[in-house]
Design a protein around this ligand. Structure first.
Ligand SMILES: N[C@@H](CCC[C@H](N)C(=O)O)C(=O)O
Length: 275
């Protein structure tokens, strides 16, 4: 019979989408790792399980969204939130006629996120507040980078730097202070292109370097504005996988960017059962 899946990406941050309305799939860490493996599985930065909120045992109290994005990193770990994932998830719900494009909620471990699937295929997410929570240091190849810690539901350390970010070796995780980030951290390196445009690379907790990180772009915009003494503003953020638009307000933030569904298919039962 097989197990249904879809594959999609948001600015080339790619995901396997697993429909599981009734919460019946046994999605073990090993299965997530196998699905995301680019040689022995489908290959992806993460997995988005599409499940009705009522079947999610660790959904936050007060979740009202009908559909919950159960997000897993490629290493099998669970994360609170994924900005690019929410866009792909929303696009998938509309594609499958499980939601209407006008506007709806997506449930996440960082709370319900209002989304709008726009006519041009982009998706806008109300990401909630991007909170500046302190300062810390990241190290790359022995070099220290000052960073601003930002909470976007998940943890980020944003390093604004004059160093050519293309030259940074992100094949190994940047060092971070485990006292400040006991559950690990996503680390962004950004350079300023103009007053309204940034360039960013990211090393994601539980994944490695990815071509984009939606929550990371929001953290980057918030940190950049904070450094400039501004509490709000709109910025274009260029990542290796494309460009997104981030608005930071006093109480909330929005992320707008593309969401692409690439393929739909079926996993073989024997492959799934071996995992
Ligand atoms: N790629 C995501 C973030 C995914 C979670 C992250 N790796 C974490 O562990 O917090 C995004 O688009 O936001």
């Amino acid at each position: 019979m097989g197990i249904e899946f879809a594959k999609g990406h948001g600015t080339q941050n790619d995901f396997v989408v697993l429909p599981d309305a009734e919460g019946k799939l046994e999605l073990t860490d090993d299965r997530v790792r196998a699905l995301c493996d680019r040689n022995r599985g489908l290959g992806a930065d993460g997995v988005l399980r599409v499940v009705r909120s009522e079947h999610v045992v660790d959904a936050p109290e007060g979740t009202e969204a009908e559909w919950f994005m159960d997000y897993r990193n490629a290493d099998g770990s669970i994360a609170e939130m994924c900005g690019n994932g929410v866009r792909v998830f929303a696009n998938y719900l509309v594609h499958k006629k499980l939601a209407k494009p006008g506007g709806f909620l997506v449930g996440t471990r960082a709370g319900d996120k209002p989304v709008v699937v726009n006519e041009d295929g982009t998706v806008t997410i109300d990401m909630g507040p991007a909170r500046i929570v302190g300062e810390s240091t990241a190290t790359v190849a022995g070099r220290a980078f000052h960073g601003i810690a930002v909470d976007v539901g998940n943890p980020h350390l944003v390093c604004v730097t004059d160093v050519e970010i293309a030259d940074l070796d992100l094949t190994v995780p940047p060092g971070h202070d485990p006292v400040v980030f006991p559950h690990g951290v996503n680390v962004e390196f950004i350079s300023q292109l103009s007053d309204s445009e940034l360039r960013m690379r990211v090393h994601e907790r539980g994944v490695g370097e990815t071509r984009s990180c939606g929550t990371g772009t929001v953290a980057a915009a918030a940190a950049f504005l904070h450094r400039a003494g501004r509490a709000s503003g709109q910025l274009l953020v260029n990542i290796p996988g494309g460009q997104v638009c981030v608005s930071i307000g006093e109480d909330t933030s929005t992320l707008t960017g593309p969401a692409v569904l690439v393929a739909e298919g079926t996993l073989s039962d024997s492959w799934w059962l071996a995992g």
